[in-house]
Design a binder for this molecule. Structure first.
Ligand SMILES: [Zn+2]
Length: 106
């Protein structure tokens, strides 16, 4: 499986799962297995989650307004939230670049 390149040492040391667990720019990130310095997901991850969050919100509102059956609308809303979480997780696993957390760049 393709590994992600660490922004500090340039080594492809991050597995997709480790990258997905590294969090966003606002988190403290995860240490690189090679150099030990912390990395997190960059701006691409934030833009992607912003887009999917808007879509999720529209789906939730739409389900709430149009569905007569409240059980069905609740299931759709829960599914939309889960799908949003899963999509962001998959995006972080396979796409986007690693970067240094903002807290460490200051
Ligand atoms: Zn490194």
């Amino acid at each position: 499986m393709k590994k992600h390149v660490c922004p500090h040492c340039g080594e492809a040391a991050f597995s997709p799962l480790r990258k997905a667990m590294a969090g966003s720019l606002r988190s403290s990130g995860k240490p690189c297995p090679n150099c030990g310095r912390k990395c997190c997901n960059g701006m691409g991850s934030i833009y992607f989650s912003a887009v999917t969050s808007v879509i999720m919100l529209i789906v939730c509102i739409f389900a709430y307004i149009t569905m007569e059956d409240k059980v069905v609308s609740t299931i759709i809303i829960v599914a939309a939230i889960a799908a949003n979480f899963l999509l962001c997780f998959l995006f972080d696993m396979f796409f986007g670049k690693l970067t240094a957390p903002i807290r460490l760049m200051e």
